[in-house]
Design a protein around this ligand. Sequence first.
Ligand code: ZN
Length: 475
Amino acid sequence: MKKLLKLIGLLIIIVLAVLIVNTLRLSSKQVTANTLESIELPNDVYQNLSKAIQYPTISFSEDAIPDSTAFFGFHRFLEETFPLTHEKLSLEKISDYSLLYKWQGSDTSKKPIILMSHQDVVPVDEPTLGDWEAGPFSGKITDTHIIGRGTMDDKGTLVGLMEAVEKLLEESFVPSQTIYLAFGHDEEVGGGNGAAAIAKHLKAKGVSAAMTLDEGGFIAEDIVPGVDSPVAMVNLAEKGFASFRLIVETTGGHSSQPPRENTIGMLAQAIVDLENNQRPYKLVKPVDYQLEYMGAELPFFKKMAFANPWLFKKPILEALNAHTTTAPTIINGGVKNNVIPTVAEATINFRILPGETIESTQQHIESTISDKIKVEPVGFLTNPSPVSSIDSDAFKTLEQTIRDRFPKSIVVPGLVGGGTDARYFYDISEDVFRFYPIRIGPNSMTRFHGIDEKISKDNYKEIIEFSYHLIKKFN
Ligand SMILES: [Zn+2]
């Protein structure tokens, strides 16, 4: 008995020692911030963004034809507002509405970089109009904010990039690396005609870029529990997206004589089976980076959990949603209250973790639910993107620029659950990153695609300055 107690005591000491050593070894991954020259931005940058918001470049659905008045009006606005950019850069229109600017670099041996954004915005729900501080397409400027659909997603970034380029041209700056500005027009409906076509066009021209930068990463404030510093999330990959329709077909019948297996009951059981058999949480790349970079900044005991995923990974991975998610989104079946329907259908949406595929997701569904139910893929489907590197010069330049411009922020590479246009660019670009310094907090997160979308004046200037310094640093 004494021996056993001794053994247990020894084990506890070993475990504690491992926990503490790992915790102490997890040191900050943040690079030292340098001071940046400050730049003067005129206040009419607010006016310019306000005007951009007033073109309702809405993407309604995949098959809807873009509103040419809004899009061409927006293009004219860009030409008039950024004359130097239109004089010195070449411009190609892809699929009529997407814009591809090329700023020729002086050193053709260097690989180009691609800075992305998108012109289109999501519609505004009519019943919510009254909850906006100002009309979503009025471009109202208040003492502190510019209000409107697109200020955060994604015209703030697009027009911010244009401001930075125009300013650099005013200063007679010539990049050594060629810079492409790629602005799709249908990101909100999958990007099939916009960003995908731009990437295809660049591939046909033999373009091979060092880096592509797009939306999909932010500066998160007061969102990560335990982290007081703002977190600059640079997303290296995005999850896949796939929906599957479950179809139950039976002979139906009269509701007074219900069969043991009712159409709707079978469908309901399948949904419950899928929800009860979630895909496992996994510590895959780039989630492991997230743990290292974030963990190092946490107070001791939280840091201990992040430094020892072998023991504590479950709650952390759950908090990070690091698995393929399962979400029933549509259900249909039945016509009359005394008729057992012959068909019932449900659509389940999955966001697929890197390492898994559309195919493995379908296999998971088929092995989880009754084989009497038909399973078919539906709508837009895409596998998880590859994971970009954090060892490349491109990442290091991006990381350094973020730290220099936002020295109070910590940079954390990670994975984004939603889809972006960036996924089309892995084919023509060594690295693909998602980050622009839009600040989001617990209250502003819902403004994306939601009510009262707006950006603060200060934050908008930060986006312009960041873009300016990033282009300079790359060159
Ligand atoms: Zn967007």
